[in-house]
Design a protein around this ligand. Sequence first.
Ligand SMILES: NC(=O)c1ccc[n+]([C@@H]2O[C@H](COP(=O)([O-])OP(=O)(O)OC[C@H]3O[C@@H](n4cnc5c(N)ncnc54)[C@H](O)[C@@H]3O)[C@@H](O)[C@H]2O)c1
Length: 409
Amino acid sequence: MTNKIFPCVIGLGYVGLPVFVRLKKKYKTVGFDTSLSRTTFLKKKKDLNNEINPKDLHLFNGSKITSNPENIKECNIYIITVPTPLKNKHIPDLKCLEQAYQSISKFLKKNDIIVVESTVYPGASKELAKKVLEKKTKLKSGKDFYLAYSPERINPGDKNHQIQNTEKILAIETNNVYVKNKILKIYKSITSKLKISNSIEEAETAKVIENIQRDLNIALMNDIFIFCKRMNLNFKNILELAGTKWNFLKFSAGLVGGHCLPVDPYYLSYIAKKNNISLETVLAGRSVNHKLKNFIFKQIRNKILDFNRKNKKKCRVLISGITYKKNVADIRNSYALEIYLNLKKNFKNIYALDKYCDKLNRKKFNILDKIKLNYDLLIFLVDHNYNKKLYKSAHLKKIELFDPFGYYQ
Ligand SMILES: NC(=O)c1ccc[n+]([C@@H]2O[C@H](COP(=O)([O-])OP(=O)(O)OC[C@H]3O[C@@H](n4cnc5c(N)ncnc54)[C@H](O)[C@@H]3O)[C@@H](O)[C@H]2O)c1
């Protein structure tokens, strides 16, 4: 068995790009992404997700960013970080993962290692490895090549929890000490703290329940938030009171979006259903978090109708923040974006501002990145850093403000 370590990261998005950047510091590494537009920007040292600095995209020691699958041929460690979204009816969509396995299968050699980092339901990494890799190559997992699983915990927009300082789960099932040490060596160059597991399925389950727990905790707050609004009670004051108890968890209300929380509960419930196991709580957060979006939409709609009636003119509305959460460029499953687009369908003079949203999506959805304060109503759905200053200036100009989650009051 060769000592050579030649890694390849498959999928250079929010998760894959930081992994690639860490690995190429130490090893000649290939970063492979099927999106030509993504690799073209990255080669120009531009990460449209705004997570990685241009200086960290400098390529040396033979490392490569590519959309050409031929370039992954010589690699012997494949780390898969492709999207795992949902299809219609909330069914897991493993198409990208299957395609990534297909790309690897063309070049898989004896003793190669594959580590899946994408979020999946328990059993999915092995199931697909059997279906694609073993079938296509006639090589056997655990004997001829080795499969491991290491879910990602990066938190886009969060400068405190970066890949290098956040504890990471790493599941290795083989007893082959040589292979085990090789995987450990690679992962130690990615992050400083590893939690080792000997079960891929347990690590897959741990990842989805981390996000399900968060989805449920926020959903509980969102339910109470709506209750308080309807009962005319001050939600923030109530949280402050309850928060004085030692074991009260400090979650708050807000719009839940992104590629993880709105997706992962369905991954677990899918596999539970397939095994005739009923899960009573796992999906409970989903409908509540959805309900909050409709509640906020109705509140805004009523404000616009009130303004139009009182002033006998059409209200000029600006929504500041349309990405799925604060200080990120990501608009996947963003309720703020959905609210904006829905308002545009129903009213004239609806505008949005987002300095974090990437250039391509700003253009696609007609989103401003500079502001003139010539609006009648200014709405804050996402707590972006620049909003605080904007709130103050708009307040001085006596523009009507709507800050439903009380970020700036
Ligand atoms: N975004 C997060 O905060 C986060 C956090 C933890 C875990 N995850 C999980 O990590 C995985 C990746 O998420 P992401 O946010 O990085 O997605 P992303 O969309 O930002 O990046 C994925 C990249 O993979 C590329 N790709 C798709 N199919 C490919 C293929 N067959 N071969 C090569 N490249 C391919 C896409 O072009 C894209 O650039 C998902 O399973 C997600 O649930 C995401």
